[in-house]
Design a binder for this molecule. Structure first.
Ligand code: GLA
Length: 749
């Protein structure tokens, strides 16, 4: 990893272990993009900016400046002067003029990486450094403590007329190929400026018949991989829902036409942000491609008063020429080593039972205790009390905001219940939905203006609730105290932080008319502040974010919680595509996955208990069913599943994930593999989605093993070389039935 500025050629060279990023100064002071791809040592590629040919730079050929602006590979594009491709920055003056032209001024290269004020972001150094005080680091493997050096390049560009400084920031790490980019905007004029659009990244390249990969979905169908050819014009994904959303994901990748899971080029971008976003690829008239990513400009406008600064969230760039596997491993490594701060990152999480699908709102202390006692007998380690413990909440249409325990259901309050549960030798966890208020609540009665709504217009309800205006500091403070005082009152080891509706009716009593466009971003800053404060006060809390399942599963939330509830869809067959799309970017240790009851509450499908267990083992693992009411046969399987969890979780949590086969492609079976970093152990999960008649054993090609080592297939005594398993494959014997599964554990001998 190294960043260098070559004075003579005026080229910035950013080197990661396997990739090179080059940008440079063309003409007098135009900052252009030169190259991003496989690592090169030679930086003299400035000719790729094409300024030695017509239309030349405006200094040489002023009359064709418009042509120059349509062609030049901009490092950060701006609106209003003639670059008609997607712009990253649109600035308006008090007079209503929108134009901005950036020129290079200076740069700095330094060790380390500054924090982004108020925002989640990757960080330098070992995880330890960013763990909260008092954290138990004993479980962190040595390898994760050593890594982490980082270097940053900041390039200052200026619009002299607006007196606007734009600082482009690039950070690289010595242990991954990822590049973290963000932008800082400073207003040094005497007047306010309005940012109508401010993206975090722009990447101009020549098209190589790219295809676009995105993650698309819906509630209960999150993050399904979708690939399509790139066409001329703009295409992409976005969210304007106030959260990263079920529907689209703040991720976009361009792949070569022939890129596969294992080979070929991939350019991936992922946004470390949880609110509105846009991610685009634009194919231009010259068959160039511009990739952009940032806060969604729709509804966004930020007033930048004199001497104020705006900081964009960060985008992670990954280039790999080793196919999707290569990209996946870079994102996983970066997130483990430089984004997730929780002391739980490298620790085995307690096997939990969440009562949501077990009881919904219909419970009392005795019922919960009965479930806990039985769960404990079966080896489950934590009881999580979900929605319905507070106010008068027996249905979903009231009491959000009234975070006082419902003593009718839970006499003696949470303290008594937590004491009884911890008395069993279990941990106790609790659900909150802190960002919301029900119209039927004492909080709303007292503070109707705390809900986000437009004065004079009946606000849209979603799941019979409104969103609290977390752009206002007094509301953030109130919400913080409401949650923290509950956590102080009982022994609570885990919090599920939920968020169950989108933002609509955008207006804040705390913002002047010209600042209303700041609400959605300020809301996110409020959420981040809340979680930051929570982790400061409760450093060992195991926090799991959630949003109607996986509507806010993004790197922004990952900075605060080491795991996120992946989907309300707990059907093991549906989970295959959901978890596959999620694992494309996130380590398995982040993916909230539970065994739930059948027929499944979302799909009505019946899947064997064993298969449900195998699928949930590829995540945080837990249960979401009434253990007192399932069949004895299923109950009897739980201790064995918990044992599997304890046996394999170190591997699943810390290992390298490989996608081997996808039922989405072949309609018959799904298969993935996790291999320890030292390649000594590997776990293969094979799921037969549909039985194929008149078929024999199937060959699956494994990955990530040591080709010269010999592996024993646990429980069989059979031995194979890594070479055989990877090149010739492993035979999976024929299995009868749909939805059946098998685990293969390989251990080096
Ligand atoms: C959301 C979550 C569920 C559950 C319910 C409770 O839908 O995704 O897991 O917590 O809320 O209301």
């Amino acid at each position: 990893m190294e960043i260098t500025y070559f004075e003579e050629e005026r080229v910035f060279q950013i080197q990661t272990p396997n990739t090179t990023y080059l940008c440079g100064i063309a003409g007098k002071d135009w900052l252009g993009h030169i190259y991003y791809g496989k690592r090169m040592e030679d930086h003299r590629a400035g000719y790729l900016m094409r300024t030695e040919e017509a239309p030349f730079t405006p200094e040489v050929n002023l009359r064709e400046k418009a042509s120059f602006l349509e062609l030049f590979p901009m490092e950060y594009s701006t609106w209003g002067i003639g670059d008609f491709r997607e712009d990253c920055l649109k600035v308006r003056t008090e007079q209503g003029y929108s134009a901005c032209e950036l020129h290079y001024v200076s740069h700095w290269i330094f060790d380390g990486k500054p924090e982004l004020p108020g925002l989640p972001a990757t960080f330098e150094g070992s995880v330890e450094k960013h763990m909260q005080p008092g954290a138990d680091t004993s479980a962190s493997p040595e390898s994760c403590r050593e890594n982490g050096k980082c270097q940053t390049l900041e390039i200052l560009c200026r619009d002299e007329i607006l007196k606007l400084d734009v600082i482009l920031s690039y950070s690289v790490f010595d242990d991954t190929d990822a590049i973290a980019r963000s932008v800082r905007i400073e207003n040094h004029s005497q007047e306010a400026l309005y940012l109508d659009r401010v993206y975090s990244v722009c990447l101009d390249m020549e098209d190589k018949e790219y295809e676009m990969l995105t993650l698309a979905g819906a509630w209960a169908r999150e993050r399904h991989m979708e690939r399509r050819p790139l066409a001329h014009g703009r295409q992409g994904v976005a969210s304007g829902r106030g959260e990263s959303s079920h529907q689209e994901h703040p991720f976009l990748a361009l792949l070569g036409k022939h890129t596969t899971q294992e080979a070929g080029e991939v350019y991936g971008m992922h946004f470390v942000y949880s609110g509105n976003f846009t991610a685009q690829a634009e194919k231009t008239q010259y068959d160039h491609v511009r990739m952009t990513m940032g806060i969604n400009p729709e509804g966004f406008c930020w007033k930048l008063a004199p001497e104020e600064t705006f900081q964009t969230p960060e985008v992670i760039l990954v280039y790999s020429d080793c196919g999707l596997d290569g990209m996946t491993h870079e994102f996983h490594r970066l997130y483990r080593n430089h984004l997730i701060r929780s002391p739980w990152l490298h620790q085995k999480r307690p096997v939990l039972l969440n009562n949501w699908e077990a009881t919904y709102f219909n419970f009392d202390a005795e019922k919960i205790f009965e479930i806990a006692r039985e769960a404990k007998r079966l080896g489950i380690e934590m009881l999580v009390l979900d929605d319905g413990w507070f106010g008068e909440r027996d249905t979903d249409d009231c009491s959000l905001g009234d975070w006082q325990v419902n003593e009718k259901k839970l006499p003696g309050g949470l303290t008594a219940l937590a004491d009884r549960i911890t008395g069993l030798g279990m941990k106790f966890g609790l659900w909150f939905e802190p960002e919301m208020v029900s119209p039927k609540s004492r909080l709303y009665e007292a503070h109707p203006d705390w809900a986000i709504q437009i004065p004079g217009r009946p606000a849209t309800q979603g799941r019979a609730q409104y969103v609290l205006d977390l752009s206002r500091q007094e509301i953030v403070d109130y919400v913080y105290e409401a949650v923290a005082s509950v956590l102080r009152s009982a022994e609570i080891s885990y919090v599920k932080w939920d968020m169950n509706r989108h933002l609509t009716d955008l207006s804040s009593y705390g913002l002047s008319g010209e600042r209303q466009g700041e609400l959605s971003h300020r809301y996110m800053l409020g959420v981040y502040q809340l979680q930051e404060r929570l982790l400061q006060e409760f450093p060992n809390l195991l926090l799991e974010n959630c949003s109607s399942g996986g509507a806010r599963f993004d790197p922004g939330m990952l900075y605060y919680s080491p795991q996120i509830w992946c989907s309300d869809d707990t059907d093991a067959m549906e989970r295959l595509a959901i978890q596959e799309g999620t694992a494309l970017l996130y380590p398995l240790s982040c993916i909230g996955a539970h065994v739930s009851d059948c027929p499944n509450h979302v799909t009505g499908r019946v899947v064997p208990f064993e298969t449900r267990g195998h699928v949930a083992l590829a995540g945080t693992f837990g249960y979401e069913l009434d253990v007192t009411r399932i069949s004895e046969e299923e109950q009897n399987q739980i201790p064995g599943q918990v044992e599997l969890y304890h046996k394999y979780n170190d591997l699943v949590r810390e290992g390298d994930y490989y996608r081997i086969a996808s039922a989405g492609d072949n309609h018959l079976y799904d298969c993935w593999q996790v291999t320890s970093q030292d390649r000594r152990r590997s776990l293969v999960t094979y799921i037969q989605v549909r039985a194929r008649p008149n078929y024999h054993s199937r060959t699956i090609m494994l990955k990530g093993l040591d080709k010269d080592a010999v592996y024993e297939l646990e429980g069989t005594g059979k031995r194979y070389s890594g070479e055989l398993l990877m090149r010739a494959g492993l035979l999976v014997p024929e299995m009868k039935g749909d939805y059946v599964s098998v685990l293969y554990s390989l251990v080096q001998v």
